[in-house]
Design a protein around this ligand. Structure first.
Ligand SMILES: C[S@@+](CC[C@H](N)C(=O)[O-])C[C@H]1O[C@@H](n2cnc3c(N)ncnc32)[C@H](O)[C@@H]1O
Length: 100
């Protein structure tokens, strides 16, 4: 495991080089049955540390449309906002802002 995962500079640099979307764990299809079981289409969903994942757009395509995304990397937030111009729900924000 990289010792740099906890640094925003690591993620900024990584996302500056990796311009294609990447799903770290698995695509939405693997989780869909759990999502459908536990979340209503009308629920508000916050994706924390969204990265360049396609999870949010796949949620949206499954009619979960109230989805907001945060990540502390301004680089990936800019990329995601450009990729999803019609639904700009991406904000640069650190989890630390909520727990400090
Ligand atoms: C392993 S990647 C996972 C990305 C995505 N969730 C996925 O499944 O593909 C971790 C992400 O969390 C973000 N991150 C790490 N620490 C964070 C923090 N304290 N606040 C907000 N985002 C954070 C990183 O910038 C990175 O995009």
């Amino acid at each position: 495991m990289s010792v740099y995962y906890g640094r925003v500079s690591y993620w900024d640099e990584r996302f500056s080089k990796e311009l294609q979307p990447f799903d770290w764990y698995a695509r939405f299809g693997h989780f869909k049955r759990f999502v459908v079981q536990h979340l209503k289409r009308s629920d508000y969903i916050l994706i924390v540390g969204c990265g360049s994942s396609r999870f949010t757009e796949e949620l949206y395509n499954s009619e979960y449309t109230s989805v907001a995304n945060i990540d502390y990397s301004s680089v990936v937030i800019k990329q995601q906002a450009e990729r999803h111009q019609e639904k700009k729900r991406f904000a640069q924000c650190s989890v630390a802002a909520f727990v400090a």
